[in-house]
Design a protein around this ligand. Structure first.
Ligand code: FAD
Length: 355
């Protein structure tokens, strides 16, 4: 075990020291590390790519297990059933997406460029550009810490929702009941993408929304669009030192949505007449433009700010603490409540800190 600064493991580059630190490179090592920490009664934090975590400057006073298992195995591949691929939890997500596009496995292309490890993708049902992993995950194999046994969930048992799953619901302060070991995807074979559901992406591809395009074109355009918003990691670009979107898009009853200005983006969200709003739009219209917080006089002293490319990401400009990032988040959240009466909720897991 080695002393590790968690700011070195998170994309926001924020977080104090880990009490204990274990890097687990195989499934057996993951189970071993988790069982040892549990047997010793230590607090446990599971970390993949660290791209959806905001960790206290005081660090984490228990055991931090970094999931570093890599590789995938093809279970079956044929033109009828498509490909069934079982991916180790620590395998880099975008490397899997790139491989899928190169090998004509369809369905992951719109999720190009999302940082982190594959094992975290079912946790918050990772999604972007009209796709999410609930559309392609067949099963997730986990270590159940309560029962001390392996537990496999089928897609429907995972209770996927918008940035939600049973895995997230049973996670407390980054300490999950179920530690993901492998994720199985079921993907159709073919060079064409899944239907392109997101209007901005469809426009960029020159196809009608709902139609298919070549998967490699979808990947290229998604990476270009994401890059223009600072949503692809780039060590040279401070706008990408973030947790991605800091707030989820609020889902509100229709009458609350009706009270918003005519031009506010509104999308149907499920069968109960609920409406999904754009958090980025609400933030911008509440007076927090791109780069808000960069001034030295701001609540964070200019150390943290909204991205200069997107109002939904809170970024570390070089020496931000977790509290600097949260100071921006609090100001934005309060401003949106004041202007629109709508409360924003954080997307990343907050470890040892509160918003
Ligand atoms: C620039 C940028 C862009 C982003 N864009 C998107 C986007 O478009 N869409 C989107 O949905 N997200 C996006 N994110 C958020 C993030 O990348 C995803 O949520 C990603 O899946 C997190 O993976 P990770 O391995 O980094 O997880 P971590 O940040 O390491 O962990 C996140 C949570 O998952 C848990 N976890 C991790 N691995 C396991 C495991 N094996 N078993 C059980 N629990 C586990 C952790 O305990 C923690 O609670 C973005 C982030 C950044 C920085």
């Amino acid at each position: 075990m080695t002393q590790m600064l968690l700011s070195e493991l998170t994309t926001a580059a924020v977080g104090g020291p880990a009490g204990n630190y274990v890097e687990a490179r195989t499934e057996a090592e993951i189970i071993d590390a988790v069982r040892s920490a549990d047997a010793a009664g230590e607090k446990l934090l599971i970390i993949g790519g660290g791209s959806n975590l905001l960790i206290s400057d005081d660090g984490f006073p228990g055991t931090v297990v970094k999931i570093a298992s890599e590789g995938f195995a093809v279970n079956s591949e044929d033109s009828c059933g498509g490909v069934s691929v079982v991916v180790q939890a620590g395998h880099n997500w975008d490397a899997l997406v790139e491989h899928s596009v190169l090998h004509a496995w369809s369905g992951l292309e719109a999720l190009s460029g999302i940082p982190g490890a594959t094992g975290a993708t079912p946790v918050q049902n990772v999604g972007a550009y009209g796709a999410d992993v609930s559309q392609t995950i067949a099963a997730v194999r986990t270590w159940d810490r309560e029962r001390n046994a392996v537990q496999t969930f089928t897609n429907s048992e995972l209770k996927f929702g918008y940035r939600e799953s049973i895995l997230k619901q049973t996670t407390v302060e980054g300490s999950p009941r179920y530690v993901v070991l492998t994720v199985e995807f079921q993907l159709p074979l073919g060079r064409m993408s899944a239907p392109v559901r997101y209007a901005e992406l469809a426009r960029a591809l020159g196809v009608e929304a709902g139609k298919r395009a070549y998967s490699n074109d979808v990947r290229r355009e998604v990476l270009r669009l994401r890059g223009s918003k600072g949503m692809v990691l780039d060590a040279a670009d401070r706008d990408t030192y973030s947790t991605g979107s800091f707030f989820t898009n609020p889902i509100v009853p229709a009458d609350q949505a009706a009270g918003l200005p005519e031009n506010a983006p509104k999308y149907p969200a499920g069968s109960d007449g609920l409406v999904k709003l754009s958090a980025a739009w609400l933030i911008d219209q509440a007076g927090f433009g791109k780069g808000f917080g960069l001034e030295e006089s701001s609540v964070s002293g200019g150390r943290a700010s909204l991205s200069t490319k997107h109002t939904l990401a809170i970024t570390n400009r070089g020496s931000a603490s977790a509290e600097d990032m949260l100071a921006i988040a609090r100001e934005v959240r309060a401003g949106v409540v004041e202007r629109f009466g709508i409360e924003l909720h954080p997307e990343p897991l907050l470890i040892g800190v509160n918003l």
